[in-house]
Design a protein around this ligand. Structure first.
Ligand SMILES: [Zn+2]
Length: 103
């Protein structure tokens, strides 16, 4: 299976849109029901074993692969917009009053 495209995600740092290119290649080994699963061979050959049925929905397979490929917290390598720094704290009302008293 091969999935290629681009997803529109949201950068978790600056919250701006983030185009995420998707390029997935997956190989499946269809294991008939009741047959033993060849574990060691799978790891070496890069196959995902799935239980074979006469009719199988393809979309869930694609969905699973896409979900696996997505980053947990997508972020720009370098965000275009600078995250605004915390505003300087306003002077406390007491400090302002103290100044008034002196004058
Ligand atoms: Zn960003």
């Amino acid at each position: 299976m091969e999935v290629a495209g681009s997803l529109n995600l949201v950068c978790q740092r600056c919250l701006e849109p983030l185009a995420f290119p998707l390029q997935i290649q997956a190989r499946f080994l269809l294991v008939p029901v009741g047959q033993s699963w060849p574990d060691e061979e799978l790891a070496e050959d890069g196959f995902d074993a799935i239980a074979a049925e006469k009719e199988m929905a393809v979309f869930p397979l694609i969905e699973d692969e896409v979900m696996l490929a997505l980053p947990i917290a997508p972020m720009h390598e370098v965000c275009a917009t600078v995250v605004p720094e915390m505003k300087e704290q306003a002077p406390s009302p007491f400090a302002v009053l103290a100044k008034l008293n002196k004058s």
